[in-house]
Ligand binder design. Structure first.
Ligand SMILES: C[S@@+](CC[C@H](N)C(=O)[O-])C[C@H]1O[C@@H](n2cnc3c(N)ncnc32)[C@H](O)[C@@H]1O
Length: 290
């Protein structure tokens, strides 16, 4: 088997503040496909009590918000994101699909949220820590907003968990490009495996982390389309220009790698990925974050 050529000394064009996936309509579709396809896997065991106050941090276009309000229709949600355009889409999505839901939207940076201490019973964070340069500090800041005994739920992926057939060094190389670009932008596409130590070091207790495995083959066509093609491969393909501009890979090797990824979504291909879902408690005795 030949292997992809290594391009030496990459010069990366992204700034530390760039959000690696961007805010395009393509990304909106990818996030909603992801959320809808994975709803049972990620949300089936999350329900918030009647009247509880829940903060969703980094709600994006509301792809997870819809599932949260459906599972917990009598909870009161506050959904925040730093992007005003994403929030506008989130609001429209909730109005269209869950008009009676109790959701307040707010544009804000999660590090500077304008809420008093212990304001919320629960905090929910999905696919956000992976984009932050300081995830532990974010978790500490969010703990301040939780009442003592309140819970934090975090869901993150880990691109190092991909296993597929047929295996291909070119496919792994294009995935590595995405991992490198996200790292250069200050994030961590391998953060799922770190959730337990991150939450513990941020002062949470009773931390439980459970892997949530997605496995797709021809017997699960909805997962092949909704996850392998429209979520994972679409995410990798979206960074093509950045990967080439940064000199991380040559165009022929990129094209070979993405073609090999698509091969895993054909009738004799298989694809595996693991998400990590953590639930942790703000210590009952906590009065303020560390
Ligand atoms: C991958 S999207 C996930 C959106 C949503 N949670 C979901 O699962 O579909 C990450 C979101 O985090 C938001 N975000 C990143 N940094 C943020 C910050 N410092 N404060 C608030 N939101 C932030 C981005 O604007 C983006 O909408």
């Amino acid at each position: 088997m030949t292997t992809p050529a290594r391009v030496p000394a990459p010069t990366l064009a992204l700034s530390a503040n760039d959000y690696v996936h961007g805010y395009s309509s393509h990304e909106t579709r990818r996030l909603t496909d992801q959320a809808d396809t994975l709803a049972a896997l990620l949300h089936s065991d999350s329900a918030y009590p009647v009247g509880s106050k829940v903060l969703e941090v980094g709600c994006g276009v509301g792809a997870q918000t819809i599932h949260l309000v459906t599972t917990s229709p009598e909870a009161h949600f506050t959904a925040v994101d730093i992007s005003s355009s994403s929030l506008a889409e989130a609001r429209a999505r909730v109005v269209a699909h869950a008009p009676g839901a109790h959701v307040t939207f707010l544009q804000a940076n999660l590090f500077e949220l304008p809420f008093p201490e212990a304001e919320f019973d629960h905090v929910f964070v999905c696919f956000v820590l992976e984009h932050l340069a300081a995830p532990r500090q974010a978790l500490t800041a969010l703990r301040r907003l939780l009442r003592p005994g309140g819970t934090l739920t975090v869901i993150e992926g880990d691109h190092g968990s991909t296993l597929f057939h047929p295996d291909s060094a070119y496919a792994h190389a294009v995935i590595d490009c995405q991992i490198q670009l996200q790292s250069t932008a200050g994030g961590n596409a391998l953060i799922g495996r770190e959730l337990h130590p991150l939450l513990t070091s941020a002062g949470y207790q009773d931390v439980t982390v459970r892997p949530r495995t997605v496995y797709a083959d021809r017997s699960r066509p909805a997962l092949v389309n909704g996850f392998t093609r429209n979520t994972f491969i679409a995410m990798i393909e979206s960074v093509r220009e950045d990967a080439l501009a940064a000199g991380l890979i040559t165009p022929p090797d990129w094209d070979r790698g993405t073609a090999d990824l698509h091969r895993t979504a054909t009738d004799d291909g298989t694809f595996h990925y693991t998400f990590f879902k953590a639930v942790a408690v703000n210590p009952p005795s906590a009065t303020s974050a560390a």
